[in-house]
Design a binder for this molecule. Structure first.
Ligand code: AMP
Length: 251
């Protein structure tokens, strides 16, 4: 059985985002980039499925310019077996990404496609759903537990007020939620081993797919600065007095 994990290179979640002065984009030069956190979780799950003997190969795919190769290498150090870099320049939208991933899923005879539930830069939360629609595969989104039994995926998802467990036939698209697992760190020996793993290079134009953006970014602005905090009470006694006498909130 073969698993594909789609990983996006995004600005590291610890970085304070700065918007470019002309409002055209956010600053990406000299900024730390990492694997999208939800994709790291998807990758961890695929590696665990391989460790359990459910999956024989974990294929890591990333679409973007040449810099994403570094991100693929990092994913191979975590446990991916082989990488595919689909080269593109310029903006990409979920539909374009999904169309490209669908081609790879078909070419590589993938049984389980694992994606993050959303990329933390654009927050689209669309690619997994679109991929499943294009392939006509079942999809289980926001997974917090995944089990593969025979040719079925049994997936638990967190929903309002509880958990929902669904069963889907393979091949399937699964998107990872935050609590699916805790991703491991790459060990030094695995970082060294990853240098020898294969990364296949392909240009997106070779796939004959229309992945041109359909949206135009008009403007990006920073959120409003938050006002400073104001000290309203100098001690607990004043606070209790106000809550009791003025607000009537405690007796
Ligand atoms: P989104 O729909 O943009 O929020 O992204 C959802 C998921 O799609 C991500 O967590 C990734 O697994 C995958 N994805 C999005 N963009 C890319 C990309 N450029 N390369 C590979 N995977 C991607």
């Amino acid at each position: 059985m073969k698993a594909l994990v789609a990983i996006k290179r995004v600005i590291d979640y610890n970085v304070k985002i700065r918007v470019k002065e002309d409002g055209s984009d956010v600053e990406k030069d000299n900024v730390k980039m990492s694997i999208n956190p939800f994709d790291e979780i998807a990758l961890e799950e695929a590696v665990r499925l391989k460790e359990k003997g459910v999956v024989n190969e974990v294929l890591v795919v990333s679409i973007g310019d040449n810099s994403v190769k570094e991100t693929i290498r990092a994913a191979l150090a975590i446990g991916g077996d082989r990488g595919i870099h689909i080269g593109t320049e310029g903006a990409l939208e979920p539909l374009g990404v999904a169309k490209i991933l669908a081609e790879i899923c078909k070419k590589e005879a993938i049984n389980i496609a694992l994606l993050g539930k959303q990329a933390i830069d654009d927050d689209f939360n669309q690619t997994g759903q679109k991929l499943a629609a294009i392939l006509n595969w079942p999809q289980v989104t926001f997974a917090s537990k995944v089990e593969i039994k025979d040719d079925k995926a049994i997936v638990t998802r967190e929903i309002d007020g509880g958990l929902e467990t669904l069963e889907a036939n393979l091949p399937v698209v699964i998107t990872s939620d935050l609590r699916l697992n805790e991703p491991r760190y790459a060990s030094l020996p695995n970082i060294m081993k990853a240098k020898k793993k294969e990364i296949i290079e392909m240009n997106a134009d070779e796939l004959n797919i229309d992945f041109k953006p359909r949206l135009k970014t008009i403007k990006i602005t920073s959120p409003k600065e938050r006002g400073g905090t104001v000290k309203m009470f100098s001690n607990a006694e004043d606070l209790v007095k106000t809550l009791r006498d003025k607000e009537g909130l405690i007796k």
